[in-house]
Design a protein around this ligand. Structure first.
Ligand code: PRP
Ligand code: ZN
Ligand code: MG
Length: 226
C-alpha cells in the first residue's frame, strides 16, 4: 500500500482551458495557497490541501501512481487512458467522482471541407490522426471499420494538410481550430466535460476526511447553482 500522508494533493492543469476554472472552483471550496500561480507546487494554507500544476495528460497517471489523490481533468483524457490501460490488461486505477460545470467539448471526426460526408463507411481504409487512439480504435471496431489510427500528441488538425492522415478525430469546443484548418466536424465520438477524478481504492488515512469534506463543499456549490 502507498505510504500514509496527512496532506491531500490535487493535480490541476497548469495552462489551458481547464486551468483557471479548476483553480476558481477549488478556491470557492475554501482552499487557498501560499504560492503564486507560476509555481508547480502550491502549499495549502487554509487547509492541508496542496496543488500540483501539470499537463492535463499527466493527471490520470499521477492519480494511478498515488502521487496525487485527486485531479481535475477532461473526461475524454481520463477515459482514453483508462481504455489504454485495459487494452494492455491493467486494472482500473482511477475513476470520475463528479462531473464539473466547465470544460465542455466533444471528441469529433473532422474531415476536409471539400469532402461530402456520406457516413461512417467512407472511413474504410482511411488514415485518421488523433491524440485519442484507444477511444478511436474502440469506436471504429464497434462499427466494423478498418482504418489506420495515426497517433499524434499535438497539432492533430494539421495532419490532413501535411498528408500524414486523411482526416482527424480531435476535441472540438468552439470549432475555430477545425475551421482554421479547413476541416469540418461530422461525427461525435464522445461528449466530454471536466471531472473531478480520484482513486478507485478509498483512502484510509486522514486524507479520507479531507476528501469527503471537499466533495461535500463541491456538492454544495453545485446544488446552489441549480
Ligand atoms: C483542444 C483540441 C484543439 C482545441 C479545439 O485542445 O486539441 O486544439 O481544443 O478547440 P476549439 O474548437 O475551441 O478551437 P485542448 O485545449 O484540449 O488542449 P490539449 O490538446 O493540449 O489538451
Ligand atoms: Zn491535453
Ligand atoms: Mg489540443
Amino acid at each position: 500500500a502507498a505510504p500514509a500522508r496527512d496532506r491531500l494533493r490535487i493535480a490541476i492543469q497548469k495552462k489551458g482551458r481547464l486551468a483557471d476554472p479548476a483553480r476558481a472552483l477549488l478556491t470557492a471550496c475554501g482552499l487557498s495557497w501560499r504560492e503564486s500561480r507560476d509555481k508547480l507546487f502550491c502549499f495549502g494554507e487554509s487547509l492541508p490541501v496542496d496543488l500540483l500544476l501539470v499537463r492535463d495528460d499527466d493527471i490520470p497517471g499521477l492519480i494511478a501512481d498515488g502521487v496525487c489523490d485527486l485531479g481535475i481533468v477532461g473526461f475524454n483524457e481520463l477515459d482514453e487512458q483508462a481504455k489504454a490501460r485495459r487494452q494492455i490488461g491493467m486494472s482500473d486505477a482511477y475513476q470520475s467522482l463528479r462531473a464539473l460545470p466547465f470544460g465542455d467539448c466533444r471528441l469529433m471526426l473532422g474531415i476536409p471541407e471539400e469532402w461530402e460526408w456520406s457516413g461512417v463507411d467512407m472511413l474504410q481504409g482511411k488514415r485518421i490522426a488523433t491524440s485519442y487512439p484507444a477511444i478511436l480504435t474502440a469506436w471504429l471496431a464497434e462499427r466494423g471499420i478498418k482504418a489506420d489510427v495515426v497517433e499524434l500528441s499535438g497539432s492533430v488538425e494539421i495532419a490532413p494538410k501535411l498528408g500524414t492522415a486523411d482526416l482527424i478525430a480531435d476535441l472540438v469546443s468552439s470549432g475555430a481550430t477545425l475551421r482554421a484548418n479547413q476541416l469540418k466536424p461530422v461525427e461525435i465520438l464522445m461528449e466530454s466535460t471536466a471531472v473531478l477524478a480520484g482513486p478507485v481504492d478509498e483512502l484510509t488515512d486522514s486524507r479520507a476526511g479531507l476528501m469527503a469534506m471537499l466533495l461535500r463543499r463541491l456538492d454544495g456549490i453545485n446544488a446552489s447553482r441549480e
